[in-house]
Design a protein around this ligand. Structure first.
Ligand code: ZN
Length: 205
């Protein structure tokens, strides 16, 4: 089966515990003697098998890497790995997983080869929040709970809107934000706004 590596933890010696997201599950699998195998990198997509162990964790077997053409671009891989970690933290503890999350990574991985990585992953985060009913597109202030009529709208964690004066933060252009909320497209934001949006995504999904 195929999955994305969302977390890799070292255990004694060179053993690893690997968290893998497939289309319907989040696996936590044990890899003995990691040093003897090809390295398992966070965020990579792999083909794998697993073997149950009645006395211990299930084991990761028969790994082969499924590459993307952007994997040697350090910046893209770095942001991708940060997103994988954020997704791991978000899904951690769940066992059965809606296929939406695997499909989200599949779509984002394809887009990364041609688009700005932060933009792609901000759009992916918005798609996730929308799916989970956590996208606050009604533009009501997080702090004072009144509607926001301003031209610039401040954003808290998970892109939750607020008045700039309530949150004490600079805002984002209203039109660009509405476009992002309605269509999951971040194309109206300039690079500076994309950097600021990415820092908010990094706070957690
Ligand atoms: Zn307010």
């Amino acid at each position: 089966m195929r999955g994305y590596i969302l977390d890799v933890k070292k255990r004694r010696d060179e053993d690893l515990i690997v968290s893998l997201l497939t289309s319907d599950r989040l696996f936590s699998l044990y890899r003995f003697y990691g040093a003897r195998h090809s390295p398992l990198q966070l965020g990579y997509k792999i083909d794998f098998a697993y073997e149950g162990d009645p006395f211990f964790m299930p084991r990761l077997r028969s790994v082969s890497h499924l590459s993307f053409d952007w994997l040697f671009e350090i910046k893209k891989t770095r942001y991708w790995q940060i997103f994988a970690q954020l997704l791991h933290r978000h899904l951690n503890g769940a066992d059965e997983i809606d296929e939406f999350y695997f499909a989200l990574l599949e779509r984002a991985a394809l887009k990364l080869s041609v688009e700005n990585p932060k933009r792609v992953l901000i759009e992916s985060a918005c798609a996730l929040w929308e799916r989970e009913g956590r996208l606050h597109s009604d533009l009501k202030c997080l702090i004072c709970e009144r509607p926001i009529d301003d031209e610039f709208i401040a954003l808290a964690r998970c892109l939750t809107p607020a008045h700039s004066k309530c949150l004490y933060k600079d805002g984002f252009e209203r039109e660009a934000l509405i476009r992002l909320f309605q269509t999951n497209e971040a194309i109206l934001f300039d690079d500076d706004a994309i950097d600021r949006l990415w820092r908010i995504v990094e706070e957690g999904l």
